[in-house]
Design a protein around this ligand. Structure first.
Ligand code: PMP
Length: 336
């Protein structure tokens, strides 16, 4: 018999899926000749790439004696990292407390509660240093709860390490070492720093690493302002991000990210989150100048189910000023 002893043992080993429809020629550019492969992270048991860092962070905390039997995991997270940590905590018998800003109260918080986690909701409209901010509340709970461990995904180097040890080797093995470009969005920077570093080492520097960044975020430079794509971009530089790994950036608007995300669902059958569409827009910009021998791997971080009432909802899109092309027709050929 072939089975896992726990669903948390199924983290990683996600598949590569070749993109076909969305790489076709558009009004803005010709057809793409390079092979573009999507690494579909929603195949992880918690539905996102964050399962990987949850595992590597908890493994390291146990090794270092920071987390012991009966301990509590306390983290400020609005979603994917919480789900990943909840899975690992369930497997290993830890209590979990998540601190979430109220702007994320909704299906993501309901998901955390469904896994049996305790969720503390804090006001969004206060600065990080305010005692009521989700950073401050998480830090306080981590101090007050006996046996608490605070993973702090924006400063924990075991996050990028998880990608260095799993995502990178998977991409290399599944492309038979033919990957030439790796494209990913940047939130904590763990994905791009860990995966990118591994791919650069094994390819002796040949693989190019490109960061996809929302317009308004700090990584790609330019003006800092708010944006709607979730999970990527920052207004500060987290220590989990290693800029030395990144060869270049593509700066993507919300409109482009959401249009491409919807195309991925309708044309490729990939129901993914908005940061996946953003990464694919960046990957296609990169692939545009490449030839047939090039292999671009783009990482799609999470599932689209959490965004059905947002970017997949025509009313939400229109209310936020985005075009909803071809709502009545099946052919969506807009530039991407
Ligand atoms: N997309 C989504 C939906 C995410 O939740 C995250 C993590 N914040 C990212 C992309 C970026 O990943 P990383 O933190 O590894 O840079």
């Amino acid at each position: 018999m072939r089975y896992a002893s726990h669903v948390a043992d199924l983290v990683g080993a996600t598949p590569l899926v070749r993109l076909s429809s969305v790489i076709g020629a558009t009004a803005d550019r010709g057809p793409i000749r390079a092979t573009v492969l999507a690494k579909v992270e929603y195949f992880n048991p918690g539905g996102s790439a964050k399962d990987r860092i949850a595992r590597s962070i908890v493994d390291a905390a146990e090794r270092d004696g920071l987390l012991r039997a009966g301990g509590t995991i306390v983290e400020a997270t609005s979603g994917n990292t919480g789900v990943g940590l909840a899975l690992i905590a369930l497997q290993r018998g830890y209590r979990m407390v998540f601190v979430v800003p109220d702007k994320f109260d909704g299906p993501k918080v309901a998901t955390l509660r469904a896994y049996g986690a305790e969720v503390v909701v804090t006001p969004t409209s206060v600065p990080p240093e305010h005692p009521e901010s989700y950073y401050s509340v998480a830090a306080r709970l981590a101090r007050e709860i006996p046996g608490a461990f605070n993973p702090n995904q924006f400063a924990n180097q075991n996050g990028p390490r998880g990608h260095y040890e799993s995502t990178g080797p998977e991409v290399w093995a599944d492309t038979d070492g033919r990957v030439t470009h790796f494209v990913a969005g940047i939130g904590t920077g763990g994905t791009i720093s860990g995966t990118g570093r591994h791919l650069k080492e094994v390819s002796e520097g040949r693989v190019r690493v490109i960061g996809a960044d929302p317009e308004g975020s700090i990584y790609s430079g330019g003006e800092i302002h708010s944006y709607l794509v979730e999970g990527v971009g920052e207004d500060f530089l987290p220590s989990t991000f290693d800029p030395a790994v990144v060869d270049g950036y593509e700066r993507i608007s919300d409109a482009e990210s959401f249009a491409m995300t919807r195309r991925l669902a309708r044309e490729e059958g990939l129901l993914v989150g908005g940061s996946s569409g953003m990464a694919v827009v960046a990957a296609l910009r990169v692939a545009e100048g490449l030839g047939e021998g090039d292999v671009v791997v783009v990482l799609l971080p999470d599932h689209g189910r959490g965004y059905l009432d947002k970017l997949y909802d025509d009313g939400w899109m229109t209310a936020h000023g985005f075009d909803v092309p071809g709502a009545a027709s099946a052919t969506t050929d807009q530039a991407g």
